[in-house]
Write a protein that binds this ligand. Structure first.
Ligand code: DX5
Ligand code: ZN
Length: 220
């Protein structure tokens, strides 16, 4: 599939989200950060808002569910129009069942790991997943500093994907910028979330192109 850039609207102007999404026309996906004030200490939006965004754009939506009960709520985001739905393994009661339900409902199934959660215990789940999200900050807020300590986990995940012969996409999220994206691409990431880097730029779509160029050069 190659390099994909998935800007997060968390740092966009929430009073004008339709227009904000229109500023990132070359993005591969729009990353929607759903927070419930339980799994993370912050609150954003739910399926009603996601559905409204889906109606406003042709770019596919990538929901990142930072919520306490994804087993019960994830399919709402498929119904709302998301092409990819990511749940956190730390919150899921039955991650295999949940991934299968998301796929069966017609979306790509993805599982996220917080910075302190290792990949090795979940190696056998990789064939059940279309994407693995490795968080490179503690989830909950945009604009945090990239955690370099996550880089070895990206390399390990890429190695385990090769071992299992799967084509799982490897997404990174948190502190991704022109300064940090090359390290992630070199380590094996191929899908890049960027929130504040994109929406603090004067021209968000130009930033998407610049991030893509750096990642493509670094991934060889
Ligand atoms: C953090 C969110 C991220 C966030 C990224 O919990 O999952 O998607 O919006 O923002 P930046 O790129 O500013 O770290
Ligand atoms: Zn996110």
């Amino acid at each position: 599939m190659g390099i994909q850039i998935t800007p997060s609207i968390l740092n966009a102007d929430f009073a004008a989200l339709g227009a904000e999404v229109a500023r990132i026309g070359s993005a591969d996906w729009v990353h929607m950060d759903v927070m419930d004030d339980h799994f993370v200490p912050n609150l954003t939006f739910g399926p009603t808002m996601v559905e409204a965004i889906a109606r406003s754009t042709d770019i596919p939506l990538d929901a990142h569910l930072m919520i306490a009960d994804p087993d019960r709520r994830a399919l709402d985001y498929v119904d709302a129009g998301c092409g990819s739905v990511t749940f956190h393994v730390e919150a899921a009661k039955a991650p295999i069942r949940l991934a299968r339900e998301i796929r069966k409902a017609g979306a790509r199934a993805s599982m996220a790991l917080k910075p302190a959660t290792p990949i090795e215990p979940y190696e056998e789940l990789l064939p059940e997943l279309d994407m693995l999200l490795i968080m490179t900050v503690e989830p909950g807020f945009g604009g945090q500093k990239f955690l370099d300590l996550c880089l070895p986990k990206i390399r390990t995940a890429r190695r385990l994907m090769a071992k299992h012969g799967v084509e799982t996409w490897l997404q990174v999220d948190g502190g991704i910028s022109l300064e940090t994206i090359e390290r992630c691409a070199e380590a094996g990431a191929d899908v890049f979330v960027a929130g504040s880097a994109v929406y603090s730029a004067d021209d968000p779509d130009r930033m998407v192109a610049q991030l893509r160029a750096k990642a493509e050069a670094a991934s060889g």
